[in-house]
Design a protein around this ligand. Sequence first.
Ligand SMILES: NC(=O)c1ccc[n+]([C@@H]2O[C@H](COP(=O)([O-])OP(=O)(O)OC[C@H]3O[C@@H](n4cnc5c(N)ncnc54)[C@H](OP(=O)(O)O)[C@@H]3O)[C@@H](O)[C@H]2O)c1
Length: 340
Amino acid sequence: MKQVVITAYGDPHVLKTIEKEEPQPQAGEVKIQVKAAGINFADILARQGLYPDGPKPPCVVGYEVAGVIEALGPGVDSGLQGLRVLALTRFGGYASSVCVPANNVFEIPAAIDFFQAAALPVNYLTAYQLLVVMGGLKKDESVLIHNAGGGVGLAALDIARHIGARTFGTSSPGKHAFLKKRGLDHAIDYRSYDFLKEVNRLTEGRGCELVIDPLGGSHWKKSYKALRATGRLGMFGVSTLTQSGLSRPLRFIKLALQMPWYHPVKLMNGNKGVFGVNLGHLWHEPEKVQDWTREALKGVNEGWVRPHVDKVFPFEQAGEAQAYIENRKNIGKVVLVPEA
Ligand SMILES: NC(=O)c1ccc[n+]([C@@H]2O[C@H](COP(=O)([O-])OP(=O)(O)OC[C@H]3O[C@@H](n4cnc5c(N)ncnc54)[C@H](OP(=O)(O)O)[C@@H]3O)[C@@H](O)[C@H]2O)c1
């Protein structure tokens, strides 16, 4: 089989495609012949040595795949053979074959292809946890989605629209036309304008009931200020880590120094809440994640979950694919395919 390996921490050139022996499914597992593997921002942080959860190089990352079940381990229902499925993978997704527990695979709805299916698990499950499970977003509430044009951002927009919330989204300006077409109510160019001032202007100084923020550090402080009374801030990433010209340890120190501290009395008197989301730390709660996956797949069938794939790259161009995201060019998802 083919795998894309992070050979050492570094720039996109450290990604190399290698040939490896085919894996064999163990008891209770299925082997998926991968048709598409999703790229996530965490993979880029892992390559740069900025992802504490990431394996040490040489390693294969990748949290999600879509493909066809081509072999079954002992004890697995024979009806699964040949099914089109999507699955979360605990790393190892950048490969032409992966083995995963049989109860972690889900049949792909007929309405979407393998590329869209590979764009679904991480983005929609994260957004679902942020907006529905922990953010409790309701009809007619307002939500501010940072990086609304990214993978999680577009998923959050789909879910917020389904709920009937008023949507605000930050992104680079080149993505605004697309976002408006997808149904975003208010697009904010956060790279040239102060998003907090914009939110205050658009909400007559009230703010939003929910803000989801993957940037981290001092950005979380500012997002907190964009909360309306009864508002909730969902923190789920530290994209700003990639920006600085500092060495790796200094970046973490800078990030830690910029982190907000939320005093209970301040939260109480502000009628505000804060919470964190990390899908990669939920492997011990498979039933929850499986329930959310079923909801997302129901959303595909009902038409409100619309995974958007921007670009497809072959494994051999995994470096270019990650650079495309790092250069903020992506609108929605970028996926890898084993065959050029
Ligand atoms: N906690 C979790 O479970 C979880 C799960 C999935 C993702 N995440 C986090 O959510 C964020 C988005 O992930 P994603 O996979 O959906 O990626 P993505 O949003 O598609 O990532 C790329 C986009 O992020 C924006 N961005 C902001 N700061 C950036 C920077 N310093 N360098 C490059 N791009 C930057 C850019 O869009 P604009 O500038 O145009 O807005 C870029 O196009 C990441 O922080 C990721 O780690 C967390």
